[in-house]
Design a binder for this molecule. Sequence first.
Ligand code: FPP
Length: 231
Amino acid sequence: MNPLPTHIAIIMDGNGRWARTKGIPREEGHRRGAETAENIVEACRDMGIRYLTLYAFSEENWQRPLHEVDALMCLLQYYISAKRSKMIENDIRFRTIGDISKLPKEVVLEIERTKEETSKCNGMDLILAVSYSSDSEIVRAVNKLIAKGVKEVTAADISSHLDTAGIPNPDLLIRTSGELRLSNFLLWQCAYTEFYFTKVLWPDFTRKDLEEAIRDYMKRERRFGGVGEGA
Ligand code: FPP
């Protein structure tokens, strides 16, 4: 049996389809999705998961209709400010990965304030991927190394210049809604991550679904390219 995953990463997919099945606007699906995100953060904190990364907004998501982008930005701004004291109370350190310079100024301000005020929290790291795409993150890392005058890079150099520097790679990646792809999420960091796909749409994803994913993960044999114990 594997121990509990140290780091869980989640692609929160299916908000739009959830809304369509109910005949309500996509924005309402995102609102419900944000409630699910809050419940799952709480569940992970209760279970003792040390790092949780949530894919909230990809760089590609900027191509969505303006009203949907606006709704997502409003939700982010609301949650990041309204849940700040709850994060502090629960000893949760808030961090982001992605190019936040592209976000509206008001959202960046809330992000910076919450990061600052939770910077000493030590119970769990909540990492929100916002305006995040893995290929851009890798390119940014390489450019940082070039700017430092590095002539030849190692894998360790790249890891330590990614937005996730210092954060252990995810042990378990969960994607909801039945899609079977990574969608430019943590490509470098998921080299040996265990994947768990479920058809449940994100707004319907519960603590029980999370526990099932963790149980499934704990039963797997992780060999990291080696031969494993049964060999
Ligand atoms: C994917 O569903 C979901 C997103 C692009 C956004 C995820 C955002 C949230 C859950 C809300 C904000 C989060 C926080 C933590 C405040 P989709 O729209 O691609 O669904 P579809 O594939 O069914 O259309």
